[in-house]
Ligand binder design. Structure first.
Ligand code: HEM
Ligand code: HEM
Length: 189
């Protein structure tokens, strides 16, 4: 009788969906933030397109913030599957540190963006509705907050690159089950 290898422990379908939507949104938000800021601040073009880019950035970022709150709530309630058994203790420590740092940045970055546009103030989305204000106007402070927002967003992008490189290393070189935890449909070879 053939003995089947048990499947690797994987994240639930909901956790996986939340992970991939977050990853896709961050992948859009970083280049969008850089492009709109380059067009506005560097090229000094403040036309309808620049406004639309800023409004899209604010709308996606604001939505993403609530999605992350939902994801963290789910994570605290449901936990994660047990660590991949073949990992060394330092692999586990490094991945937990990276994951919790990503979560922290995924909350702090959009929150600082929202505080920044409240201080500026520049809360409008496409001239149709305003985001709720979190602070009273103070343009000088807005510039400082938005500068920290930009720096931490780049830090988030760099950390995500490290995270993706680690996932590909586990799958392609170490050939363990780490990537299948988020993509259980991947073949084992
Ligand atoms: C995870 C979510 C977010 C990411 C990854 C992100 C990323 C970025 C990046 C990479 C920049 C360009 C920084 C630079 O030019 O150095 C930027 C700028 C900006 N972001 Fe975000 N952002 C996020 C959420 C938000 C939110 C929720 C808001 C407001 C509601 C916001 C408002 C802004 C504004 C106003 C700027 C332009 C600052 C300027 O013109 O100097 N961002 N963002
Ligand atoms: C901006 C993009 C991304 C962000 C912000 C992100 C964030 C995260 C976070 C916070 C976790 C921890 C999940 C938890 O334990 O609750 C995680 C897990 C994971 N991510 Fe990503 N991720 C991104 C992109 C990717 C990509 C592109 C891949 C694949 C190439 C990937 C593969 C994985 C895997 C395999 C895990 C599970 C690791 C384990 O538990 O051992 N991620 N990710």
């Amino acid at each position: 009788m053939a003995i089947e290898t048990p499947p690797d422990p994987a994240y639930s379908a909901t956790a996986r969906r939340l992970h991939w939507v977050t990853a896709g949104a961050v992948l859009v938000m970083v280049p969008l933030g850089l492009a709109m800021s380059y067009r506005g601040n560097t090229l000094d073009i403040w036309d309808g397109l620049t406004d639309a880019l800023y409004s899209s950035h604010k709308l996606i970022g604001f939505t993403l913030l609530w999605l992350i709150v939902l994801r963290l709530g789910y994570r605290f309630r449901r936990g994660a599957p047990p660590d991949e058994p073949s990992l060394h203790w330092w692999h586990k420590a490094a991945s937990h540190l990276t994951h919790w740092s990503l979560y922290a940045l995924l909350i702090v970055v959009p929150l600082l963006g929202w505080i920044g546009v409240s201080l500026y103030p520049s809360l409008t989305l496409f001239g149709l509705v305003d985001l709720p204000a979190l602070a009273s106007p103070n343009e000088e402070l807005a510039k400082k907050v938005l500068s920290v927002h930009g720096t931490l967003a780049i830090t988030l992008a760099l950390l995500a690159c490290v995270h993706v490189t680690a996932a590909l290393y586990h799958h392609g070189i170490r050939r363990d089950g780490v990537l299948r935890r988020m993509l259980p449909g991947l073949r084992r070879d």
